[in-house]
Design a protein around this ligand. Sequence first.
Ligand code: ZN
Length: 374
Amino acid sequence: MTRLADVVAALDALYPPAWAESWDAVGLVVGDPDAVVRRVLFAIDPVASVVAEAAERGADLLVTHHPLYLGGTTSVAATNPKGRVVHRLLSGGCALFVAHTNADVASPGVSDALADVLGLVDTRPLSPLAADPLDKLVIFVPVAAADRVLDAVAAEGAGAIGDYERCAWRTTGEGTFRPLPGAAPTIGSVGGVAEVEEARLEVVLPRARRDAVLRALLAAHPYEEPAYDVLELATVVGSRGLGRVGRLPEPVTLRELTRQAAAALPATAWGVRAAGDPLAVVETLAVCGGSGDDLLSVAAAVADAYLTSDLRHHPSSEAPEGLALLDAAHWATEWPWLADAAGRLAEAVGVDTAVSTIVTDPWTLHEPSGEPPQ
Ligand SMILES: [Zn+2]
């Protein structure tokens, strides 16, 4: 039996809340952590039609990309649309969980799914974030105790690299010291020079785990005064970040790319509109799910074209020369992520998952204009 707390833990592992922007509101919005969860519905917007769909499908949890309350509230009374959403969720026994900007910068995250449906290959973050900071810990320990000390620091997160754990580099050499009066040496005696065969262990660790790892080191090390160095490693670019940039399977004109994007993304009234020479050839495409007009100049530096949503007149008309723009419906650019997230959650905790197909993009009509004024 899967509890809501287990599902929340799995979602937090996929999309850690610490990755969210400071202004965002992510995590559990409605729900009892002890409640049993069998079915989870994924959707972009926590609106009335989606909550009704969750009830029809018997979902115990609704996971949405957009927050219900972003600006905070002092009331959840059913006197306004958001309050009614809370009431309908509670009366239907359905929890609500939000993964927003923490899913945007995840890898894989929202823009990976968007890049995938557009067929991009060799993708990388458009605006990469620094990798989580690492320390290197160098430990000097008698050879006979080296494994015990390595096990202890590894249990606190040191030596984890990708899908490997307890990774370390080990050399042996000779340590030497003279215990002074008052010392209680494990090896040697007060006043005499001791020479000990010692291992030098080198391990990396997340900087956030430094205190816990050092406590484990001091507890497991046989010496009264263990020798160790903590080195802060240089910052490097990580695999996470906003947007993605990659190559199209084959170069196409902007006109053809616009057609392909409109066919690949879920259908909306908005469709896809483009800015630029229709015959310009596009080889490298940048994408950003959701509102991405603040990455226009970043995209121009690395791509021939940029697909995102909510592009406004001034940033678009002043976009760097040579960058074609594709403006899709906000909902459509984020929707591909839902299936990816649903699949990963089902794999992690074994619940039934489904993806809402209700189009919650606010635009419901689109009529091309006639001839421009003469
Ligand atoms: Zn969005």
